[in-house]
Design a protein around this ligand. Structure first.
Ligand code: AMP
Ligand code: MG
Length: 534
């Protein structure tokens, strides 16, 4: 087995100023964008799972992936020629408040490669030991949160949601102390490292920190490097690579557009990020930092999986678009000193709301199997559905799959088609009676609209089933796999990875993964309640 011959380009490190100090001593840095720091050696790297598709895309051979050196490299024990490990510096607004310098506290970029297809990918270890930005924490990650990050990254990718990727999940052979619920009951948990990959890990918070320090020359340089490397299509003058104000504005427009598309995808599949702080917002509009995220089971726009957010529910499902817009406002404030055009930035933010509404309506029409969104006819169809889904505890994922089975040519009562989507608590049974009449009315309205739309039944079902997943990473499914993994049985992780690789196609052997959440999982920690402790 030969070590892979990757071509490292390391543009971020090469094009931006480094902190002159190296190593992990905690510090604030000035006039610099990153610090060189090596991963900490670990005792016994053990690969638990990897994404074969991503490995292939990164030009890593199956033989290398199956070898111990792969586990050594992607836990940080061994560096490949050309790697230049570093942690980047950023700030951020956490839960609405400016938090100052944060940075990669437990992420270390190994280096950026250029693959044979010409794509750039940054390889990043999460949980590989302390960096200058670890503040009071240890730079490590535990198995449960690493399983969640690994599986969800790949699940989102296969769902077609813009996301950072996960190459590998490995145990370190070390124990890590964590107080999972922040209630004074700390315990040792198995340590783990995930290797993530993305074209870039740049966050809104990178720009905010430079702006807050009034390092304007560096802020401009950072913007220009970001645009040239991550948005090369926006560079008008290829020869000089000069960027003017129009290009800066076009770039902000792109960031707004990609962010709104990302959030529409989240709403489409029922994903709640859980901690949309500005340091967790990717400049490329990728879903990033899988922490206390969750998947809607019963449809509830007020739901947040994050116990740290339980009081205000800032990051609840129904508020994700508004928070994204607020985060973009913080980015606009950060780049204002360079762009100097408040009206243009404001226009983009206003455009975000309108653009979001348009794309969501079209996406919602797709979810309902309508070929076009008809503003007059469909606005009430959508708002009535929003009410209907909350009148009675309804599984969002199963509801849309069952809806595809509603038959246009059938003039009988079809309410029973939706029965598999309803939770059967005693409380819900009472609500069911009350909902029957409005459900019948809505189905009539829906059928009428489908007939007007005129699409053939089979085509409509196929179209709906290509945007409404059958398999999502249900919170309890991930937790069951984690429970088994903590006992040394990793089969649940590989099985879930296999399930989420084909989220839209029915897989008979995985019927158990497309069912209502069992009752025991309703209130269990890790299934419905998650903290930031990871
Ligand atoms: P998060 O809420 O996970 O996005 O993290 C917010 C900040 O805390 C980031 O700067 C992280 O790098 C840092 N952080 C989170 N967990 C740890 C940890 N175990 N060790 C060091 N830094 C951490
Ligand atoms: Mg983060």
């Amino acid at each position: 087995m030969s070590t892979p011959n990757l071509s490292f380009t390391n543009r971020y490190a090469a094009q931006l100023p480094a902190d002159p100090e190296t190593g992990s001593k905690r510090r604030q840095i000035q006039q610099a964008c990153y610090s060189r720091v090596n991963p900490t050696r670990v005792r016994a790297p053990q690969l638990l799972a990897h994404s074969a598709e991503l490995a292939a895309q990164l030009d890593l051979s199956p033989e290398f992936c199956a070898s111990q050196p792969f586990a050594e490299v992607f836990t940080g024990n061994r560096l490949l020629a050309g790697m230049d490990p570093h942690a980047t510096c950023y700030g951020g607004h956490q839960f609405g408040n400016w938090a100052g310098q944060l940075g990669d506290g437990r992420a270390i970029n190994l280096g950026e490669i250029r693959n044979t297809a010409g794509e750039h990918w940054m390889l990043q270890l999460k949980g590989a030991g302390p960096t200058p930005y670890s503040r009071t924490a240890d730079g490590l990650a535990v198995l449960r949160s690493s399983v969640r990050e690994f599986l969800c990254s790949e699940a989102m990718y296969h769902l077609g949601v813009p996301t950072t990727r996960a190459l590998s999940l490995a145990l370190t052979g070390e124990q890590v102390l964590r107080d999972m619920l922040y209630d004074g009951n700390a315990a040792h948990e198995p340590g783990a490292v995930v290797c993530r990959a993305a074209p870039s890990f740049t966050r809104f918070g990178h720009f905010e920190l430079l702006a807050s320090r009034q390092e304007e020359a560096l802020l401009r340089q950072f913007m220009d490097v970001t645009i040239r490397n991550d948005f090369p299509e926006l560079v008008k003058n290829r020869a000089t690579q000069e960027l003017d104000r129009d290009t800066h504005l076009a770039w902000f427009h792109q960031v707004c557009q990609r962010t709104l598309e990302m959030v529409v995808h989240w709403q489409r599949v029922g994903f709640v990020h859980g901690v949309m702080n500005t340091d967790n917002m990717s400049i490329l509009g990728l879903t990033i930092d899988y922490g206390p995220y969750g998947w809607l089971e019963d449809y509830d726009p007020n739901w947040t999986p994050n116990t740290t957010d339980a009081a205000n529910r800032r990051y609840r499902f129904g508020q994700q678009a508004a928070i994204a817009q607020w985060n973009l406002l913080q980015l606009a404030n950060a780049i204002f000193p360079i762009v100097q055009d408040a009206n243009a930035l404001e226009a983009e933010l206003t455009g975000f709301a309108a653009g979001y509404e348009r794309l969501w309506q079209q996406t919602h029409a797709d979810k309902l199997g309508l070929q076009n969104f008809d503003a007059n006819a469909d606005a009430t169809l959508l708002t009535d559905l929003e009410v209907l889904l909350q009148q009675r505890e309804t599984d969002m994922t199963l509801f849309y799959r069952q809806l595809a089975e509603i038959d246009i040519s059938n003039t009988q009562d079809q309410r029973a088609v939706l029965a598999p989507a309803y939770y059967a608590s005693p409380e819900n049974a009472a609500k069911a009676d009350a909902q029957q009449a409005s459900l019948a009315r809505w189905l009539d309205q829906y059928l009428q609209r489908l007939r007007q739309d005129g699409q053939d039944q089979n085509q409509r079902r196929a179209a709906m089933n290509s945007v409404n997943p059958l398999y999502v990473l249900r919170n309890y499914l991930a937790q069951v796999a984690i429970d088994k993994a903590e006992q040394g049985d990793f089969s649940g992780i590989t099985e879930l990875l296999d399930i989420v690789r084909q989220p839209y196609r029915e897989q008979a052997q995985y019927a158990h993964a497309a069912q209502l959440r069992p009752d025991w999982a309703r209130t269990r920690v890790g299934c419905s309640m998650l903290s930031c402790s990871s």
